[in-house]
Ligand binder design. Structure first.
Ligand SMILES: Nc1ncnc2c1ncn2[C@@H]1O[C@H](COP(=O)(O)OP(=O)(O)OP(=O)(O)O)[C@@H](O)[C@H]1O
Ligand SMILES: CCCCCCCCCCCCC/C=C/[C@@H](O)[C@H](CO)NC(C)=O
Ligand SMILES: [Ca+2]
Length: 574
């Protein structure tokens, strides 16, 4: 006999079935429950049960009548889910009966009981995940142990991290990194039997430097607790370590980089948390911890940024010149304000309305199927990213790590720009839920290059407002967008200096455009905002490396997909 302890799990079940006796369920025999295909005949009038079938664990009220079962399954699909893929079970534990019995007096009167608790991922609104649990009671100790054993064996079959290296930035965002990790994440890791080595950073680049020294092969993944800057640090440490160990010179902009197979998990505790939000769909520490525990894997494009054959940085989210560069530069002086610094500096920069002159050259990304104006966004299991992955594998088979000469055409655009934004992913974040390029892909080997030409303050405001709503951000005459695999930028100032090095006067001309002092064209350079860090050079060369690294994430899930697949599975079964 197995008893389900939580009748509330069955919200969707018809009233006639969900009587007060609903707390008591008879279980099928272990063998029948484990049968690969669910046999209705095996139930013989059973009221309720836990089943394992087709790699799914479900706890349901059941009846011999087919039609009723169908109703029950349907109601489960539309309300609280009783279906849990074993890949979404977090842990199975023998239940501490003393604790449970104290809470529930009615069990005390019963004969010797045995119980186990299944902890599983419960999916809530807006991609938020929570750890839920259900306890199964049983008078037969052997049956109870068989269930625990069977479920644990299933969990062993999942490829999940067992040993993680954790870096916490105690100063990111609202300075809550340490508290968030200790209170929300560490208990979940311990429930899932994950061991951790935790490292609280004491200075910027501490995590990055440490990653060059540790015995990295000991770990199944690296977790960073902080914002985009902290993630960037850890990513630089891992990718840099990988290239160093493989003898790849990062200063060579054309060097084919070695893929980094050690996954990074992001526990969001920063100011923007754009990488986390764009890859999970929400900036929530518990949700991210659960993605890490389940061992999710999401490949990510990474761009390398060089200047004159010198490596500057890698970027995965925004590489922005003009508006976002100026916002970052100003906001760095106001770190004490926490996340609010971006709003303050954003407003200031908007009022200054500076535009910058320069030349952009780029190679269009012809290999990918999508376009930046697509209506569909990159979602879990995205077919466009999968197609790029196949291409990448074929290319590797053909060339190995040989240097590949790329003769594809370059397009050149000269002009005055308020903003140049290159994004490898949508760059969605709580401030901009669709991101700066809603149709950009996480792993297609391309970046979206957005050029915002000089326009009025009012028009620029209209453009910025569209970062925050559903309207098309590219539907403006002064905005152009291209999907690219590489690009270069040189500012007018640098071009002039290079062509006329003797004209020293130019360098000291002052802030604004010589021809039109009132036109807001800034003679000085802007700064590149590279995932929230400033770059030293304004002239850069950028190249996208398809799926260079992996995160503990699965991309943003299509909301109705899961329900539809549950439904079709039910139909398959009956
Ligand atoms: N102990 C430390 N002291 C000072 N700075 C640190 C420390 N540890 C890490 N850093 C640096 O702090 C910078 C910012 O951190 P983080 O990204 O976590 O927060 P944020 O800037 O508030 O968030 P976001 O990047 O999402 O806007 C990173 O560039 C990182 O290198
Ligand atoms: C008046 C309306 C103003 C709207 C402004 C919208 C602001 C949206 C911010 C989107 C930034 C997304 C890009 C992410 C960049 C990160 O890499 C970086 C570091 O965390 N963050 C910033 C703010 O530069
Ligand atoms: Ca991309």
């Amino acid at each position: 006999m197995l008893f389900l302890h939580k009748p509330a799990t069955y919200l969707g079940i018809t009233n006639s079935f969900c009587s007060h006796s609903a707390t008591r369920f008879t279980c099928t025999s272990f063998e029948k429950a484990c049968a690969i295909r669910y046999q209705i005949s095996g139930l013989r009038g059973t009221e309720g049960a836990i089943f394992l079938f087709q790699n799914r664990c479900s706890w349901i009220l059941a009846s011999c009548k087919k039609v009723l079962i169908l109703t029950i399954f349907r109601s489960c699909v539309h309300t609280e889910s009783c279906f849990v893929p074993t890949s979404e079970i977090i842990a199975v534990e023998e239940t501490d009966l003393n604790k449970k019995q104290r809470n529930s007096g009615k069990w005390q009167k019963m004969a010797k009981l045995h119980a186990f608790t299944v902890y599983y991922v419960k999916k809530a609104q807006n991609h938020r995940w929570r750890c839920s649990d259900v306890t199964f009671w049983c008078v037969d100790e052997q049956l109870c142990n068989q269930w625990i054993q069977a479920l644990k064996e299933l969990l062993e079959l999942q490829t999940r991290p067992k040993q993680l290296l954790v870096y916490i930035n105690p100063y990111g965002g609202k300075r809550q990194g340490k508290r968030i990790y200790e209170q929300k994440v560490a208990p979940l890791f311990s429930l899932a039997s994950i061991s951790t080595d935790v490292f609280v950073t004491e200075r910027a680049n501490h995590a990055k430097d440490n990653l060059f020294e540790v015995n990295i092969n000991k770990y199944d993944g690296v977790v960073c607790v902080g914002g985009d800057g902290m993630f960037s640090e850890v990513m630089h440490g891992l990718i840099g370590r990988m290239q160093k160990d493989s003898g790849i010179d990062q200063n060579n902009p054309k060097a084919p980089l070695v893929q980094c197979n050690i996954r990074i998990g992001i526990i969001p505790a920063g100011s923007t948390d754009c990488v986390c939000y764009s890859t999970v769909g929400i900036s929530d520490p518990v949700t991210s911890a659960l993605h890490i525990i389940l061992g999710d894997s999401q490949p990510l494009d990474v761009s390398s940024v060089h200047h004159n054959n010198t490596f500057l940085k890698y970027t995965v989210s925004l590489l922005g010149y003009g508006f976002y560069g100026d916002v970052l530069k100003d906001s760095e002086k106001k770190r004490w304000m926490g996340p609010m610094r971006y709003d303050y500096s954003g407003f200031k920069t908007f009022l200054s309305h500076h535009c910058y002159e320069g030349t952009i050259s780029f190679q269009p990304a012809k290999h990918t199927l999508g376009s930046p104006r697509d209506k569909d966004s990159c979602r879990t299991g995205c077919h466009i990213c999968r197609q790029s992955e196949q291409q990448l594998a074929e290319q590797r088979k053909k060339c190995g790590l040989k240097h590949e000469e790329d003769e594809e055409e370059w397009k050149v655009i000269k002009g005055k720009f308020l903003a140049i934004n290159a994004v490898n992913m949508s760059c969605a974040c709580p401030r901009s839920p669709k991101g700066l390029s809603p149709a950009a892909h996480l792993a297609d080997g391309s970046a979206d290059l957005i050029l915002v030409r000089k326009c009025s303050r009012f028009d620029f405001l209209r453009y910025l407002v569209r970062h925050t709503n559903q309207d098309d951000q590219f539907d403006f005459s002064f905005v152009d967008v291209y999907r690219v695999k590489s690009f270069q930028f040189t500012s007018k100032l640098l071009e002039d200096n290079e062509s006329d090095v003797t004209d020293i006067g130019k360098k000291h001309f002052g802030q604004f455009c010589r021809d039109h002092p009132a036109c807001c064209c800034n003679i000085a350079n802007s700064t590149w905002n590279c995932d929230g860090e400033t770059l030293d050079s304004s002239a850069i060369e950028v190249r996208v490396h398809c799926q260079l690294m992996k995160l503990f994430a699965r991309g943003i899930e299509e909301n109705h997909k899961e329900a539809v697949s549950n439904q079709s599975r039910v139909e398959q079964l009956l």
